[in-house]
Design a protein around this ligand. Structure first.
Ligand SMILES: Cc1cc2nc3c(=O)[nH]c(=O)nc-3n(C[C@H](O)[C@H](O)[C@H](O)COP(=O)(O)OP(=O)(O)OC[C@H]3O[C@@H](n4cnc5c(N)ncnc54)[C@H](O)[C@@H]3O)c2cc1C
Length: 390
């Protein structure tokens, strides 16, 4: 699958039209104020774009990952930042795949309409980092023999969009690590209604950070959640989280490709216009070649993104392709960012050119939602059969 036939032209045009209403100045001001692009997310939601992956029976548009990835790509290619809202597109996948019929009926139609926002997923913890199976947050079932609720204690870090979400998916240990055969067992996922939880067992502390990305520390102290909010079977939560990662990785790859194309367009335009030593700087091969190289790398990453989409949409295993697409695209967008900034000289540092903002934004994707080394580790172990190192 490639997009050379332009088969997603209608989606691209429609998303670009919407994004035109939110030009560079809009995102620049939101960034300056460290604000949330509420009007932009509202417009995307109203137009139905964030419900792309929700099946039609639940009020979504039932599109594939390929189409969804084009939506994310176009937002970033237009100068915006999908990071403010991509969770609403893919977090619901966990519920869709593993939730009960009652949970799906209760939540998915409202997520599709935008009445409920499921923008947050809480996995990372301060003391365990990437070593997820060591998480210390616990959920203990209480309420007699049948158990009608879970009590949650622990701490999470870097949990995004909590202040712009009604619901959150939470990973917690329900069986102590010492009592399970495999370390990946004994964790469960829950849907937490943030409107009930905040101030009643859940405290939220925002983390000031390099990007305008709303993210937080969470403190759970005897937070009670109804037993009905368990998603799927108790103890299988880690596997459920992993199931959702291929879509997340591929969508973020598409966002990086959108960023990469934005940087290359800006670099090409600026270097054609900027005259130094009596000629456009783009006439110098020392200027042309890095831009050409960045373009080649973004286009190559795009091929792996389409491969991942094709396999995902055909319900085939795609862990390797999704991880490789995310790695290649995050690296290519970062290199394109660096080239774009360099070719703008001092002006690259001026906020009004938007390059320094997007430069910061695209840098995130080599760390979150998974760091580059962990992708190498996945490929080494699961694709090449090299020995497990942790
Ligand atoms: C802005 C932002 C938003 C985020 N949003 C969310 C969110 O919504 N929900 C959520 O759950 N998390 C979120 N995260 C957390 C993110 O997923 C983690 O930061 C990321 O997975 C890395 O984990 P860590 O920060 O604990 O790094 P660590 O695990 O401490 O790793 C630090 C460095 O060491 C490397 N490293 C660690 N172990 C090894 C090894 N064995 N071999 C080689 N290298 C290794 C890593 O690759 C990394 O480069 C967010 C993070 C940021 C910065």
């Amino acid at each position: 699958m490639t997009d050379t036939t332009d088969r997603f032209r209608d989606i691209r045009d429609a998303v670009r039209d919407l994004c035109r209403q939110f030009p560079d100045e809009y995102f620049r001001k939101v960034d300056e104020r460290r604000a949330y692009p509420a009007e932009f997310v509202e417009a995307l939601t109203k137009a139905g774009w964030l419900a792309a992956l929700i099946p039609q029976e639940y009020g979504g548009s039932g599109l594939g990952l390929a189409e969804a990835s084009v939506i994310m790509e176009e937002i970033n290619r237009s100068g915006g930042n999908s990071g403010a809202c991509h969770g609403q597109m893919y977090n619901m996948g966990t519920l869709l795949r593993h939730g009960s019929a009652a949970q799906k009926q209760a939540y998915l139609p409202k997520i599709a309409s935008g009445e409920l926002r499921l923008q947050s997923m809480a996995v990372t913890e301060p003391s365990t980092g990437t070593d997820t199976t060591k998480i210390k947050t616990t959920a203990v079932k209480v309420g007699g023999k049948s158990g009608d609720r879970y009590v949650v204690n622990g701490q999470k870090v870097w949990i995004s969009r909590v202040q712009h979400s009604d619901l959150m998916i939470l990973l917690a240990r329900t069986t102590p690590l010492a009592d399970v055969k495999k370390k990946s067992e004994g964790m469960s996922i829950f849907i937490v209604d943030l409107r009930d939880a905040i101030g009643k067992g859940l405290a939220v502390r925002p983390i000031a950070n390099m990007v305008n990305h709303e993210t937080n520390e969470l403190f759970f102290e005897n937070l009670e959640i109804p037993a009905d909010n368990l998603i799927g079977h108790e103890g299988h939560g880690f596997k459920y989280i992993l199931d959702g990662l291929n879509a997340e990785r591929t969508l973020i790859a598409a966002e990086c490709i959108g960023d990469g194309r934005w940087f290359i367009d800006r670099a090409a335009q600026y270097t054609k216009d900027r005259v130094v030593f009596g000629r456009p700087i783009a006439q110098n091969q020392g200027v042309q070649f890095p831009i050409a190289e960045a373009h080649i790398e973004v286009e190559a990453a795009d091929l792996m993104r389409w491969k991942a989409c094709e396999l995902f949409d055909a319900h085939q295993p795609c862990g390797a392709q999704a991880n490789m697409a995310k790695y290649l695209a995050a690296k290519a967008s970062w290199e394109a960012a660096n080239v774009c900034l360099q070719m703008h000289g001092g002006f690259g540092f001026a906020s009004e050119y938007d390059i320094e903002r997007k430069f910061r934004e695209t840098r995130l994707y080599q760390v979150a939602p998974i760091s580059t080394n962990l992708i190498f580790s996945y490929v080494a172990e699961h694709v090449l059969g090299l020995p497990k190192s942790f």
